[in-house]
Design a protein around this ligand. Structure first.
Ligand code: NDP
Ligand code: BG6
Length: 483
């Protein structure tokens, strides 16, 4: 089964911050891949803007260097890269001033989809939105794309939403959470809502608990000043893990349409109960083979968490009594992200007590080797009586795609093309983001009030010991973090 490329309309994609790290590392390589896939129409253009005094040729040179550093194997195809570079243009603009805007306005074409990617710090979102509007560069059909962090608390997120809303309607605003663009995240919705098998069991009658883990091996070196002011709660839980939790817990929307999906996610966020400090464990990586967290952020006194584990509950009929354990951290033993739905034990064990340890687990793996497996209990082959073992019914999409000669689609590729198509389903709506902060703020405030300090953990471990205790005290165990 070959992947289907649905061409998008001709577009002018303006990247504010076109010389920055995100543009170099993610946006340009993703666009190159969509170009290679044939999804970019012949006349589509990418217009980068920043203060650096470059012309088209200078920017193409810089983009070529970024592609050489960050793109995948497609960077080896010189003709492809040259053709792609031909689509790039550059305008020198200081988004807080007046220079450059007329030149940008002159480049925009009336019949092309206009998308403006704000790949800059959030304090520049307002000035850009205002100028795009006042100078008539954006019209009522234009789209703007904003990156995380979308605020650092409810008040700042509300202010950002208000600044954007002054000039753009909600249907024009695409707030990126790149986890929503990951292949398996969408598959989670397919598995839940396109099968008879799971939805009837998807509630507190059959599910014991859910574990959501996003483990990373990388540290925070290079992003220290941002990260030390954020920590794992703001950097990962408020957005990425929250989105995973929502898609796992939400009610089926009536249709797979953007607003209907957002409405259901919003209900989940609003139903999340406050988490007491006793149900949260903060950790910080100690020195090991690599420098410690405090060395990475050049702050010897830092009390910011690079790891968090927490026990969340959702106050709805479906989920009453079912804990959702969330865990994420840096410099852990493997890069591994999964949602594990752990079903309850059987009420009656016809095979005797040997059944005690067996349970069904549906594991939705985001990375690496994205896929889904369902752990089922079967008889071990061979003589020797009824010996039971757990085996996975394994759907490793990554392998299936490789067998079919398909290249994996990066989250940014999918999301940027969704912007051009005008599909907001995999983005965050403004009220969702604010509701997520409204849940996060009091939790962080309570932890600060209780003076909760991170526990040091070893690099390459599964996090601090207290995180193990968080489940142990409920008679449960974390799943192993495996790469
Ligand atoms: P960088 O600091 O690397 O880049 C910032 C960009 O903004 C540069 O192109 C800079 O170019 C431009 N810029 C700064 N001030 C102005 C101005 N006044 N007028 C016009 N252009 C300006 O940041 P990143 O690329 O890393 O991040 C951009 C945004 O994306 C941030 O909000 C970040 O939090 C977010 N993000 C980044 C990720 C990453 O992997 N890098 C991941 C997820 C989110 P110049 O100096 O030439 O003007
Ligand atoms: C980013 C966070 O949003 O997601 C980073 O700011 C984190 O701290 C990254 O490393 C993880 O993304 P991925 O796709 O590598 O799991």
């Amino acid at each position: 089964m070959a992947s289907r490329i649905i061409p998008v309309d001709v577009f002018d994609l303006v990247i504010f911050g076109g010389t920055g790290d995100l543009a170099r590392r993610k946006i340009l390589p993703s666009l190159l891949r969509r170009f290679r896939a044939g999804q970019m129409p012949k006349d589509a253009r990418i217009i980068a803007c920043a203060r650096s005094p470059l012309d088209d040729a200078g920017y193409r040179e810089a983009a070529a260097a970024a592609i050489a550093e960050f793109a995948g194997p497609e960077r080896e195809d010189a003709a492809l890269v040259a053709a792609f570079l031909g689509r790039l243009h550059y305008v020198t603009v200081d988004v807080t001033g007046d220079a450059g805007w007329p030149e940008l306005a002159a480049l925009m074409r009336p019949d092309a989809v206009r998308a403006f990617y704000f790949s800059v710090k959030p304090s520049l979102f307002g000035p850009i939105a205002e100028r795009l509007h006042l100078r008539g560069i954006a019209d009522a059909d234009s789209r703007i794309v904003v990156e995380k962090p979308f605020g650092r608390d409810l008040a700042s997120a509300h202010a950002l939403n208000a600044a954007l809303a002054e000039h753009f309607a909600e249907r024009q605003i695409y707030r990126i959470d790149h986890y929503l663009g990951k292949e398996t995240v969408q598959n989670l919705m397919a598995v839940r809502f396109a099968n008879m098998l799971f939805e009837p069991l998807w509630n507190n009658h059959y599910i014991d608990h859910v574990q959501i883990t996003v483990a990373e091996t990388v540290g925070v070196a290079g992003r220290g000043s941002y990260y030390d002011g954020a920590g794992a709660m703001r950097d990962m839980v408020q957005n990425h893990l929250m989105q995973l939790l929502c898609l796992t817990a939400m009610e089926p929307p009536a249709r797979f349409e953007s607003d209907m999906v957002h409405d259901e996610k919003l209900k989940v966020i609003r139903a999340l109960q406050p988490v007491p400090p006793s149900d949260i464990v903060f950790g910080q990586y100690a020195a090991g083979p690599d420098p410690s967290y405090r060395e990475d952020v050049s702050n010897p006194e830092s009390a910011t968490e690079s790891f968090i584990a927490m026990r969340c509950t959702i106050g709805t009929w479906r989920w009453a009594g079912v804990p959702f354990y969330l865990r994420t951290g840096k410099r852990l033993k493997a890069r591994s992200s999964e949602i594990a739905v752990v079903f309850q034990k059987l009420g009656h064990r016809i095979f005797g007590e040997s059944m005690e340890s067996h349970r069904n687990v549906l594991s939705i793996r985001l990375q690496p080797n994205d896929g889904i497996d369902l752990q089922v209990t079967v008889k071990e082959r061979g003589p020797g009586g009824m010996r039971l073992i757990d085996m996975p019914l394994d759907l490793t999409f990554a392998d299936m795609a490789a067998d079919q000669g398909e290249a994996a689609v990066d989250a940014y590729e999918r999301l940027i093309m969704d912007v051009i198509r005008g599909d907001q389903t995999l983005f965050m709506r403004g009220d969702e983001v604010e509701a997520a902060w409204a849940w996060t703020d009091p939790i962080l405030a309570a932890c600060a009030e209780h003076d909760r300090k991170p526990q040091l953990y070893e690099q390459g471990s599964s996090g601090p010991d207290d995180a193990l205790m968080l489940l142990h005290r409920d008679g449960r165990r974390w799943r192993e973090i495996k790469g």
